[in-house]
Design a protein around this ligand. Structure first.
Ligand SMILES: [Zn+2]
Length: 357
């Protein structure tokens, strides 16, 4: 008996030793490797052995993605109230208060403007530690305003998702954010402003079912859980075994729902490359051909690259010859091509000129 007890105690002691990291060391949550804190930080919170991606805050993502000292936070004044006076085990208002104290954030998403390798853009970054990164009225409103800002300034939009879905404490008001953000994203697409979506672990529920899934380019971190309903619910509903790796980014890449899986240490470089690609593409496809002797006026706004605000609309419509601007060709990767700037209707006189040509 003593011998057995000793063996048991020995096992326990060993386990305890592996959990010891405090400050200096951190244990990988996936492979159990003990990682030196500083090295982990250098690797942007990814395991050097199995490349497990630790969950990090919105602020940490901003530091990783956005150029130093270029980020300006916007819409932080938009905060959730408790419209339904919701209460389950705790009051929703108390949950909000606690989440604010613990995270130092006022909502589950941090929005703002900044530069990524010098490309100006609008970013919205979700934080899972704030009530599970849940989408509620204020979070949705912040994202909606960021989309409008991207349309207005013609700067590419970047949304990084980490969410457990819609926030049930606000009921239908949370669900309505799905429709609101997607309607505005359709407007963004019509305006020809690119949108890059980054899915991190986990991106689920209403966020997957709305803005996270409609990016012109969808990137995902390795092994991230991405899905709508949880696997257990799906399994019960369809009464079938689920394939291996189901709802992980690698599986979604195979099925075409994700365009590329990007290691966190490569994330900024990849996003910057995409922004550069879009900016160059926009400059080419927006360039209308100029006819001999034609005024340069209509080229003013048309040749603007993505990332610059539209100039004020020209006043004299007779001077502007909008005819002949061809619809921009869709870019080769299937992303929506930048739209030609809004133009006044073609005056009859101009149309005659075109016929003669
Ligand atoms: Zn690991």
């Amino acid at each position: 008996m003593t011998w057995l007890r000793k063996a048991k105690e020995g096992l326990k002691a060993q386990q305890r030793r592996r959990e010891l990291p405090d400050g200096l060391w951190t244990k990988c949550e996936d492979c159990g490797e003990i990682l030196y804190h500083k090295e982990l930080e250098r690797n942007l919170w990814t395991c050097s052995k199995c490349s497990y991606h630790f969950r990090i805050s919105a602020r940490a993502y901003i530091k990783i993605l956005v150029d130093d000292e270029t980020f300006v936070e916007r819409f932080s004044e938009v905060v959730s109230t408790d419209p339904l006076k919701f209460r389950d085990a705790k009051r929703y208002s108390d949950r909000l208060k606690k989440a604010r104290e613990e995270t130092g954030l006022s909502e589950a998403v941090v929005c703002g403007e900044g530069r990524i390798e010098d490309h100006p853009c609008v970013v919205a970054i979700m934080d899972f530690s704030f009530l599970g990164g849940s989408l509620a009225s204020a979070a949705g409103e912040r994202i909606a305003r960021s989309i409008l800002l991207a349309i207005e300034t013609r700067r590419p939009l970047l949304i990084l998702s980490a969410s457990g879905g819609a926030r049930m404490f606000e009921g239908i008001l949370s669900l309505m954010q799905m429709a609101k953000t997607n309607a505005l994203l359709a407007r963004l697409s019509d305006a020809g402003v690119p949108y890059i979506s980054i899915m991190t672990h986990p991106t689920t529920g209403g966020v997957t079912a709305s803005f996270a899934s409609v990016g012109d380019v969808i990137l995902a971190e390795p092994k991230a859980l991405i899905g709508f309903a949880g696997p257990r619910v799906i399994k019960q509903t369809i009464n079938q075994e689920l394939p291996e790796g189901f709802q992980r980014s690698e599986f979604l890449l195979q099925k075409g729902m994700v365009d590329r899986i990007v290691h966190r240490t490569e994330l900024k470089k990849t996003v910057a490359w995409l922004l550069h690609f879009f900016a160059a593409g926009a400059a080419i496809s927006q360039k209308p051909r100029r006819r001999a002797g034609e005024s340069l006026e209509r080229f003013r706004s048309a040749s603007l690259p993505v990332g610059t605000a539209l100039p004020p609309a020209p006043t004299a419509s007779a001077e502007v010859v909008p005819a002949g601007i061809e619809a921009p060709e869709p870019s080769p990767n299937g992303a929506p091509a930048p739209a030609a700037p809004s133009e006044p209707p073609v005056p009859a006189k101009v149309r005659e000129v075109r016929v003669e040509e």
